[in-house]
Design a protein. Structure first.
Length: 127
């Protein structure tokens, strides 16, 4: 399973994004893997489409790509707080780490700090 960072998904869906080609190649490279994201990551991806009235289209694109949501459990608040304190990453990035840890998945990100934190936690990283 591959847990996607918001930047990978946003870049893939936005043809003018500087990382569009890189994101598309990464997703093609892992096409045989199950794709997932944290609820917070999915919310980040949907902000832009929500601003322009394209939420339904964006949700359909996520479904077409096969991205599933990894639910947060009741321990998530304390786990996210600990990750934030330990890594000094933003909470959205910590949610990627928590989602990947909860299902023993690989993290897909273009963010070097997030990639380094994932690797330090023993998580595989694709970028």
């Amino acid at each position: 399973m591959i847990v996607l960072d918001a930047r990978v998904l946003i870049a893939h869906f936005e043809a003018t994004d500087a990382h569009h080609d890189r994101a598309t190649w990464l997703l093609l490279d892992v096409a045989d893997e199950q794709l997932a994201a944290s609820p917070l990551t999915l919310a980040e991806v949907l902000v832009g489409p929500a601003r322009v009235g394209r939420m339904a289209q964006a949700q359909a694109a996520l479904r077409d790509l096969g991205v599933t949501s990894i639910p947060l459990d009741k321990a998530a608040p304390s786990e996210l707080a600990s990750l934030r304190a330990d890594t000094r990453l933003r909470l959205p990035d910590c949610s990627v780490l928590l989602a990947a840890a909860s299902v023993q998945a690989t993290v897909a990100t273009f963010d070097q700090r997030l990639a380094a934190a994932a690797a330090a936690l023993g998580q595989a990283v694709r970028s």
